[in-house]
Design a protein around this ligand. Structure first.
Ligand code: ITT
Length: 199
């Protein structure tokens, strides 16, 4: 296998993957290397379905093995919302955070988890999917300027800082994405070539 495509239009995710993959013997390309790609509609009803849709579509367009992640924040007191709708919850990160904090107002239970499912595909077929999670609590107001999305209001268990107060390296040690990635990496290194021999 000569390279793998990180199929995400989210530059923050891409930056996290670039860091995670830096030490590995796997060349990573991004969708920026394949101009003209139109992202597919994420019309699945689970993280896994949506990750598979994104990875399969990119693997066809790029004629290469591709991985994608679908991720989001599940809040207990909101019956798991925003979940797979995390990126569509409002127009901007600030508005998404404001909406979530508003919906949690007056609720005692602030438990939540970030979930990430990474799917790996080739020739339009999903070969494997891997899930990672990190549990924590939702803060009452945003803290910190690093990261993206809901990071400023999520405090992982065992830390007294929000995800946005951690450095990228610290977040990459414990995040849902890093945990899914660690499982996916084993597959990429040990088994992907079985499927991509002709690549
Ligand atoms: P791609 O589909 O192109 O990868 P996206 O941002 O639309 O980019 P998702 O559909 O997987 O990705 O939506 C994930 C959303 O969940 C993301 O936009 C954030 O709002 C939130 N999210 C996921 N991982 C996060 C993280 O590590 N930190 C903060 N928010 C995160």
């Amino acid at each position: 296998m000569s390279f793998i495509v990180a199929a995400t239009g989210n530059q923050h995710k891409l930056a996290e993957y670039a860091k995670l993959l830096a030490d590995q013997d796997v060349e990573i390309k991004s969708l920026n290397d394949f101009p003209g790609y139109t992202e597919p509609e994420e019309n699945g009803s689970t993280f896994e379905e949506n990750a598979g849709i994104k990875a399969a579509s990119a693997s066809i367009y790029c004629s290469a093995p591709a991985f994608a992640d679908d991720s989001g924040l599940e809040v207990e007191a909101l019956d798991g919302r925003p979940g797979i709708h995390s990126s569509r919850y409002a127009a901007t990160d600030a508005e998404r955070i404001a909406r979530l904090l508003g919906e949690l107002e007056g609720k005692e239970n602030r438990r939540a988890r970030f979930v990430c499912v990474i799917s790996i595909a080739f020739n339009g077929e999903v070969l494997a999917s891997f899930e990672g999670e990190v549990k924590g609590t939702i803060l009452t107001e945003p803290r910190g300027g690093n990261g993206f999305g809901y990071d400023p209001i999520f405090q992982p268990d065992g830390f007294d800082k929000s995800f946005a107060e951690l450095s990228q390296d610290e977040k990459n040690r414990i995040s849902h994405r890093a945990r899914a990635y660690a499982k996916a990496l084993e597959f990429v290194e040990d088994e992907l070539s079985v499927f991509t021999d002709q690549f």
